[in-house]
Write a protein of this length. Sequence first.
Length: 389
Amino acid sequence: MPEPTDQAPTQGPSRPAPRPPGTWRIGSIVGIDVLITRSWLVVGLLISLAFAPRIEQVQPGLGFWKYVAGFVFAVVLYLSVLLHEASHAVVAKRLGYGVNSITLHFLGGMTEIDGQSRRPRHEFWIAVVGPLTSIGVGIAAAALWFVVPDGLVRAAVQGLAGANLIIGVLNLVPGLPLDGGRVLKAAVWGASGNQHRATIVAGWGGRLTALALLAWPVVMEPLTGEQPTILDVVLVFILGLFLWTGATAAMAHARLRERLPALVARPLARRTLTVPADLPLAEAVRRAQDAQAGSIVTVGTDGSPIGIVSEAAVTAMPEDRRPWVPVSTVARALEDGLALPATVAGEDLILAISRRPAEEYLLVEEDGHIYGVLSTADVDRAFRENARR
């Protein structure tokens, strides 16, 4: 199904991310959380109402139960959407990329894949497998139509076939944030060797698709002989807005990523003083000032780093208390993800920070020696400066 941003993978497994507000976990597929949003309940109700007249036609006299049957059809339809999204996730994982979650929402589904692709062919296969899965489900359901008996089951199979064929074909339209836009991006990237330019091209494809969709109510009557209803206009507006904003966001992200290679951790690192964890805070601050160090790291008896002193915590500590508290009191334990290679740069740097949010990170050389401390505030400042250039 369409995805709200130009999402693409990066190397390495992802860390469990906090569940977005307004979502519920309903299970997992190959270790990936499956979530639904509150908006899904709205679309389930709308599908139930829309499918009820068809149910009444094939099975008269059901009364209120026709809406229950319609809701069951909505659940089955979204199971096929889940297959679409799961195919994205499975292919991404097989190619060695991290997948955080699959979310079912009002407009379909979204597979949250870390970062961006390393190769055009990876972008192509992760994107194209979703529409192909939907088309495959549609063909399978169409084949079942010939063998199932008349009644509710046949009506459901017919609706499932039509919906999946439409989903599969429309998702191949070459414009972001649709899967077809990512296919176009992969093709332009492979031909030009420039991933950012490919995203811009695919983004314009999405914008043109949005404009064409918004024009549909105007040309609907001349082409089909039917006047558009209010529901047609509202639905077209929602989908067109979704496509336009998704394409625009993808283009903006591409322009920012062009500047990311200039974001390098090493020049941003602060000079670091290492002190024993039980040293009084006042003495640690005095030594850091004498050494003109911008950060303090606590070390164990063997000299290995065990914590990063928080600048905010030091500032908050009253000066009259500093001689009586150990420096470890204002240090954050060096947990997994807080030590980064000194060579980290570009999107790898941004991803490392987003996966393990903190105020400071320890930069270490390949041989394990401490290079310095990287402050998130310094990274943010450098990122804004690069974005303005």
